[in-house]
Design a protein around this ligand. Sequence first.
Ligand SMILES: Nc1nc2c(ncn2[C@@H]2O[C@H](COP(=O)(O)OP(=O)(O)O)[C@@H](O)[C@H]2O)c(=O)[nH]1
Ligand SMILES: [Mg+2]
Length: 253
Amino acid sequence: MPRIHHAQQEIQFKVVYYGPGLGGKTTNLEQIHKRSNPAHRGKLVSLTTESERTLFFDLLPIELGTFRDYQVRVHLCTVPGQIALDETRRLVLRNVDGIVFVVDSQPERLDANTMSLRNLEANLLLQGDDPSRMPLVVQYNKRDLPRALSTAVLRKELGISDDVKQVEAAAVRGDGVFETFKEITKACMAVVGDPREKPEGRSISSLPDALNASLFPLAAAGPVEEDVARNYAARYGVEIAKAPRVPRFGAAS
Ligand SMILES: Nc1nc2c(ncn2[C@@H]2O[C@H](COP(=O)(O)OP(=O)(O)O)[C@@H](O)[C@H]2O)c(=O)[nH]1
Ligand SMILES: [Mg+2]
């Protein structure tokens, strides 16, 4: 669950845009930045290489207004897509409350989408989160491209069931960007419920139902041990160099 501060009457949560490299994650944040009221947003901080690829991450703070007298603030972050930057992805994923998975609809990126989903599943498991219960929205991006695969094909290939919230987008034109943002915020706020009744500080963001089970088969099957998650990651070509924290998944809830 997001972080709650009762004295300041504040709710904070963190949404991470995940997905394969060059799928449009940074573009989503740029569009939100460009089209939101300057009074309600912070700076868009991006750390990129000379060729404009995300090296570390992007960060955009947004004020959502008040809910039951609590100020709601969200931090939007992106991860770098390149396989080699897995440690950075794990850093960005820490304390995540919601995920937007940005699918690149181009046929030649199908494997990259799958790989990124498996990578997301492994990384969430390794930090003790249950991916099947994490607030999540799948965004089918680049719908403007004539060669884009149909969403029916993408759904089938990526194993996405009707339970998963899905939005079509052409982020470069701004289409679907705010709808995606709205849906993920809604899902994150659903975890909070009435903030006045919730404990101070942060707890795990987890929905009562395993809505994302179709996307994360390993997590959906039940509690996962750390070595299983590591083997799973390795099977999908994910390098896990350093020992992560001991997972909480299985112990909590
Ligand atoms: N045609 C098209 N290009 C897009 C779209 N979204 C992003 N792009 C382009 O894809 C490239 C990679 O986007 P970027 O946001 O940097 O991807 P990231 O690696 O996921 O952060 C850029 O050249 C974008 O302009 C889209 O909806 N349609
Ligand atoms: Mg980027």
